[in-house]
Design a protein around this ligand. Structure first.
Ligand SMILES: *[C@@H]1O[C@H](CO)[C@@H](O)[C@H](O)[C@H]1NC(C)=O
Ligand SMILES: *[C@@H]1O[C@H](CO)[C@@H](O)[C@H](O)[C@H]1NC(C)=O
Ligand SMILES: *[C@@H]1O[C@H](CO)[C@@H](O)[C@H](O)[C@H]1NC(C)=O
Ligand SMILES: *[C@@H]1O[C@H](CO)[C@@H](O)[C@H](O)[C@H]1NC(C)=O
Length: 464
């Protein structure tokens, strides 16, 4: 198939060259010319004209598409919110310095080729999409290695602000050291995310008063996978964990993406996967940095191409951090134990001064594993390179569950007939496994999760 296609392309290229050489009156080239132009109309597609482009880019998805702007006070009848617990991913960030250097050097080359292809009458990008691409330059500072960007800061600040509106009697100002716990990993992006969240709660002036806990070393709460030997030896970046993604990259679906992009951009021979990856990365970060602005690099993909690339990402995370291997989530018991112990302390020792808010800031790899430990977003079938269509409506969709600033929040309520818990993901209540509704009986919660909390010995779990 691709061979035949290349032959056709080579042929039409020759025809075009002949046309340009001035043989315009030739009957044959007239015919070809007509054929080429009608083909062009048929496939013409203008990203610039799409009002609601596809924005689900797995873990590079902007939080904007997941947020919940309804911040009405949450008041289950007869209940008072007693404690708020949060495990959050950092907000939108830059790529790594290494990635940025690559983007900055490779993309202008591709950009020039696309433009000259277009000038030679090749490819099917519309005029506006070409003009947008022509104007593109790499803008980020390559030294800001994975730094939180402005949009990311705003994401966390707004999330805090809205949770405060939902729980105004619990998440009160000003900051009081005994009422709030903040902790983040040692990176700039989680540090800045924690500060953005604190700003959303207490205001700018109060941030210098906020106490951010030191990370333990090693830290089995927020960075457990760094110290989990079993996971590092058996799963992390191992062939066994990457095989489905690799097979998917060799599948007809991925080849169709390569072919689709190659044709759209007017290349004669198929682009390589690296080139596709660079363009995809730029498209996803552009849309994370400025969600409402158009990214010219997204125009090189069809919606179907983007869905295929999204599935590839989900496959990777499923095996690295999700249900693909039990050790992925077995090691993630410390955060679960942390919220379990915290709530139990409030329930059993109401007289002691319990914190009102506990806020942790970490990364995809931690949040996904913890979500899996809670039994969330588990599909009844396993993800495989062959079943993308079967899994079209999958729960394990990182665009929705692990976008930038994705989080899991649990709130403990004291109600007239006992304690209850509600879990929120991306500001929306969810039903936890083991619970019969969003407002979950404390006893159902403990029944379901006690075993994970009490058996949480990470050394044993991670022993090889
Ligand atoms: C293609 O577009 C040209 C003008 O751009 C138009 O004259 C022609 O009829 C179109 N062909 C088809 C098949 O739509
Ligand atoms: C705030 O609380 C922490 C313990 O969470 C403690 O280590 C720290 O010294 C306290 N800071 C102040 C200013 O009281
Ligand atoms: C976190 O960021 C603040 C403000 O930028 C900085 O002063 C502090 O040293 C950082 N903390 C860590 C642990 O890097
Ligand atoms: C829960 O609220 C009731 C009043 O409705 C109060 O008597 C009780 O002490 C509270 N329990 C806790 C653990 O705060």
């Amino acid at each position: 198939m691709p061979k035949l296609f290349i032959q056709i392309l080579l042929l039409s290229c020759l025809v075009l060259l002949t046309v340009q050489a001035g043989k315009r009156s030739s009957k044959e080239s007239k015919k070809e010319k007509h054929k080429a132009s009608s083909l062009k109309n048929k496939s013409e597609y203008c990203y610039d004209d799409i009002d609601h482009p596809y924005v689900f880019f797995a873990t590079k998805t902007s939080y904007r598409w997941n947020r919940n702007k309804n911040d009405d006070e949450i008041t289950p009848p007869g209940c008072v919110a007693q404690q708020f617990w949060l495990l959050s991913r950092h907000g939108s960030r830059n790529p790594s310095t290494e990635e940025m250097l690559t983007l900055k050097s490779i993309l202008p080359l591709i950009q020039n080729e696309i433009i000259s292809n277009h000038k030679a009458g090749k490819g099917s990008l519309c005029k506006d999409d070409i003009e947008n691409l022509e104007k593109w330059i790499f803008r980020a500072n390559v030294n800001d290695d994975e730094f939180l960007v402005k949009e990311g800061f705003k994401e966390l600040e707004d999330i805090a602000d809205r949770y405060q509106d939902r729980f105004p009697k619990l998440l009160t100002k000003p900051f009081i050291n005994s009422s709030y716990i903040f902790k983040h990993t040692e990176t700039e992006r989680t540090n800045a995310s924690a500060r953005a969240f604190a700003k959303g709660l207490f205001g700018k002036k109060d941030i210098p008063n906020v106490f951010f806990q030191e990370l333990n070393s090693p830290d089995s709460l927020l960075k457990f996978d760094e110290i989990c030997d079993k996971w590092r030896k058996e799963v992390h970046k191992k062939k066994k964990a990457l095989i489905e993604k690799t097979l998917f990259e060799e599948s007809g679906e991925m080849l169709s993406v390569i072919q689709s992009v190659t044709n759209r951009l007017g290349f004669l021979s198929p682009l390589n996967l690296n080139d596709i990856n660079e363009m995809y990365t730029m498209c996803t970060f552009d849309k994370a940095w400025r969600p409402k602005k158009l990214s010219p690099w997204c125009a090189v993909f069809s919606k179907e191409d983007l869905k295929i690339l999204e599935y590839r990402e989900d496959l990777k995370y499923y095996f690295e951090d999700g249900y693909g291997f039990p050790i992925n989530y077995e090691q993630a018991c410390m955060p679960l134990k942390n919220v379990y112990d915290s709530f139990r302390h409030v329930v059993e020792s109401p007289a002691s001064s319990n914190p009102k808010g506990i806020f942790y800031f970490t990364h995809t790899a931690t949040l996904l594993k913890v979500m899996a430990r809670f039994g969330l977003f588990k599909d009844s079938i396993e993800m495989k390179h062959t079943n993308r269509h079967l899994m079209k409506n999958r729960e394990w969709r990182t665009s929705l569950i692990n976008s930038f600033a994705a989080h899991l929040a649990l709130v403990l309520f004291n109600c007239s007939d006992g304690h209850y818990i509600t879990a929120y993901v991306q500001e929306r209540p969810i039903i936890l496994p083991g619970c019969s509704s969003e407002l979950c009986k404390y006893s159902d919660f403990t029944k379901k999760y006690e075993k994970f909390a009490t058996s949480c010995n990470v050394d044993d779990i991670c022993r090889i």
